[in-house]
Design a binder for this molecule. Structure first.
Ligand SMILES: *[C@@H]1O[C@H](CO)[C@@H](O)[C@H](O)[C@H]1NC(C)=O
Ligand SMILES: *[C@@H]1O[C@H](CO)[C@@H](O)[C@H](O)[C@H]1NC(C)=O
Ligand SMILES: *[C@@H]1O[C@H](CO)[C@@H](O)[C@H](O)[C@H]1NC(C)=O
Length: 171
């Protein structure tokens, strides 16, 4: 039993080590800019966590591998959503843990259907599973981009998350 617990702790430890917050406020808000990701394009961060809630915003279709934009259209929009999904996974969530989406687009007529297509790809063709979404047409996005996505996720603390450095697992 104890051996198992230790193995689990080591696994969780490994997961957490990949996702050290860059900053944690005195009230417990953690800010993340994982090194495997593209650099934020300005004075903002990719992701934050407060309690059991994870916030990811400003996701555009940038390839994390080389900081360049995917081709306009489906590849760009798919990459934006995939970036959000990848960050959520790094934080221990998945797309079904998404509680809200906000999508900004510069052309509702042209790009909303592509957003819908990508959401069907990612969440599946099941009307019961999509998170609530607000989609808004805006005049302009950074880099004259076409779509920007943000998502809020529920990530309940795993029981062992707090045991990392730790007082209570020897009792
Ligand atoms: C944030 O932390 C990661 C390691 O977890 C580091 O690689 C990255 O450079 C940090 N970002 C900034 C802006 O300091
Ligand atoms: C950046 O990476 C993506 C996928 O990893 C690749 O398709 C694209 O060609 C790369 N772009 C440049 C400019 O290297
Ligand atoms: C989703 O399912 C419906 C029927 O349930 C079907 O009519 C539609 O073509 C499907 N869409 C995709 C993109 O697979």
């Amino acid at each position: 039993m104890r051996l198992q617990a230790i193995t689990l702790l080591q696994l969780f430890g490994l997961g957490l080590a990949q996702l050290e917050p860059n900053f944690t406020s005195s009230s417990g808000v953690s800010i993340f800019n994982p090194s495997s990701f593209f650099d934020p394009t300005g004075p903002w961060s990719l992701m934050s966590k407060a309690g059991d809630t994870l916030y990811i915003a400003g996701m555009r279709g940038i390839f994390p591998s080389n900081n360049t934009l995917a081709p306009v259209g489906l590849p760009r929009i798919r990459q934006a959503y995939q970036n959000m999904a990848a960050l959520a996974e790094l934080a221990g969530a998945d797309l079904n843990a998404c509680v809200r989406l906000v999508v900004y687009t510069t052309d509702m007529f042209r790009y909303r259907p592509i957003c819908n297509q990508v959401q069907i790809e990612l969440w599946g063709n099941d009307t019961n599973r999509y998170p609530p979404r607000t989609i808004i047409e805006v005049d302009r996005l950074n880099d004259d981009d076409i779509v920007e996505v943000e998502g809020t996720f529920y990530v309940p603390q795993k029981k062992d998350d707090d045991d990392d450095d730790d007082d209570d697992d020897d009792y």
